[in-house]
Write a protein that binds this ligand. Sequence first.
Ligand code: HEC
Length: 162
Amino acid sequence: MKKRSGKKIVKYFFLGLVLVFIIIQFIRIDKTNPKVDKNKDLISIYKPNKEIENILRTSCYDCHSFETVYPWYSNVAPVSWMLKDHIDEGREELNFSKWGAYSEKKANHKLRECTEEVEEKHMPLDSYLITHDDADLSSEQRKKLVEWFESLMTGGDGGHDE
Ligand code: HEC
């Protein structure tokens, strides 16, 4: 019986991996941003100061709006799939481009969640910060952002209506 050389098996294994990597590159993600209706956009509606606007655009808007800026690695599977998942899920939970369509109750509830997510440092997502240094927020920035979200709440119950 002929003995298979281990070296050969390793070689085929890696060739297989390379082949799979090449093939999955053909499964592209959809990167078209839906059109933004400025009348419904959070920033256009509330016109925060430049500092808050910059924080929102740099740290939240890639996943929570229709104004996503896709980085170069959004062309590389399987990273692109993970990225697309975050964007789809992020928009589904909270979409600043559709803010104007939220009911007052829903808006208050989302604002409350925003303050919580930011205070607890759940947002922006850790995986996002690996490639977006500038999206990382200082405690000072977190505080200002939370105060801004709080200032938008209506009804005096701070969104505790559910
Ligand atoms: C890399 C993409 C990404 C970025 C950047 C990001 N988020 Fe998120 N966000 C998500 C995803 C995905 C979810 C849903 C899953 C989860 O909660 O972890 C989510 C959930 C949330 C929720 C919960 C919504 C709900 O109804 O439960 C809030 C609030 C939120 N994000 C606020 C923010 C704010 C504010 C920022 C900016 C400071 C931000 N996010 C930045 C991806 C992102």
